[in-house]
Design a protein around this ligand. Sequence first.
Ligand code: NA7
Length: 539
Amino acid sequence: MGSIEEKTYDAIVIGAGFSGLYLLHELRKAGFSAKIIEAGDGPGGIWNWNRYPGARVDTEVPQYAYSDPATWSTWQWKQRFPDRDELATYFEHVVDVWDLRSDIRWDTRVTSAHWDESQSQWKIEVNDDQYDVYKCKFFCPCTGFAAKSYTPPFPGFDTFKGKIYHSGHWPVGGVNFAGERVCIIGTGATGVQAIQEIGRIAKHLTVVQRTPNTALPMRNDPIDGQRNQYFKDNLPEWKKKQTTTYAGFTYDFRPGKIMDLPLEKRRELYEELFTTGGLHFWLGTYGDVLADKVANEEAYQFWREKTLKRIKNPHKARKLAPEKQLDPFGTKRISLEQNYFEILDQDNVDIVYTRETPIQEFVAEGFKTEDGEVHEFDVLVLATGFDFVTGGLTQIDIRGVNNQSVKDKFANGVYTNLGMTIRGFPNMFFMYGPQAPTAFATGPVSAEAQGAWIVNCIKYITENNYKSINVTEAAEKEWRDHVNEGAEQGLFKEAHSWYFGDNIPGKPREALNYMAGMPLYKQKCQESVDAGYKGFVLV
Ligand code: NA7
């Protein structure tokens, strides 16, 4: 162990994803000293970790990118929905353009962050060999919404003798599945992508499905030089538009109600949105599809009609596209697929539908289902998701006033102000976390909105010689009520989904995201500033 070195910065940021990189760039532009501490070996956050086969973003470019012309004027996209490697290269490019590298420390995990009331500063400890300690006035965890992976507690799990990989921490060199007997548990966005790739090359693939995925066609396309030029010609306007829409896309929900249109027009629109691909059938339709049961059912039946045409095996068709939907269409995170249903229809793929045949226990060679059948495989891939939205914060030992931890603070429910600050954690600003638009807004747009607000707040504190900022009790209650009100709109709360923490046993059921849309979110954040940081105590 080397000597303990103390390093003092104005701000310490955790994580080099969309949020962290933007924040570092803006802090430095404003004249603050800042450092990112990043557990991974490169930038991109989730896109650095997402190395499982088939990992690909489901928001199209150039929407899924920063708005700063310096970052896009010198960049060429290759695919409408870039894969993990293309995104990793994009983030390297951004780090170079903004010249951030010297202020990022890689391969280093923050183990604790404690508020020192007497000094009005944060003390940050990391897991490196030197046991370095960082001190800073402002502490900014930008850990993302999917930082803590989740493995369900399957009975007998430890008895399985094969190899196990979780999508969230994949080996850097990759895994060769060719000719292997593989099992994938989980059919969320990750499961869909991994199944498409692994099903193609595995000798046999067992897919464990708990809920059928109403995945929409991605329709990925290569992007040539001419199209890249077209992007550049339009980007100033598109980036402005993205700051005005519900989810930070260039398109939005249509005004009015779909059920006011005649059937023929509705079918035409479904067809058009389906053909456009991506998330358009979900977020580019009329709002009543996600709010009115009749409209919702019609959208589902359209999806089902299209999907059934692609599945020949009637037993699989019944499992993958049941007549009666389990959760209202689009109220769980929509995934995008390329050839998911064709791969599942192959003879080398079996589907274990756990609502019909639950897993009883794991055994040495695989698992046994309650009908007595043993499903054998050599490699297990867990695509079972994450302790979404809150897990990134609660897994770090973050302690504020009176030594209270964020984990304890959130034990019976999430309380924040503006989805960026927590009462009892002075001078701490988190991004892309709880009670913010997070899962309902695309990463770069959210990063730019929150990053700008945070840097302005830090400037205000500094220029006015305040020691600290903290949230009032009334503000955290008011924000929670406002977030919950937004979550009452539409059919979302009827679904069993990670949007409400349902995927983690014992997690309180509550709205983890701000669901009233980016424009209202930004308005609320600005209102607080205009009223002299209403909802905060400045010391
Ligand atoms: P998700 O979307 O949480 O998917 C996890 C999947 O794992 C989902 O299909 C779950 O079924 C399934 N799951 C979880 N626990 C079990 C058990 N015990 N048994 C069987 N199946 C289980 O995570 P992803 O990694 O796919 O997606 C992450 C996000 O990245 C995604 O939402 C996008 O924003 C991009 P369930 O549906 O809960 O019944």
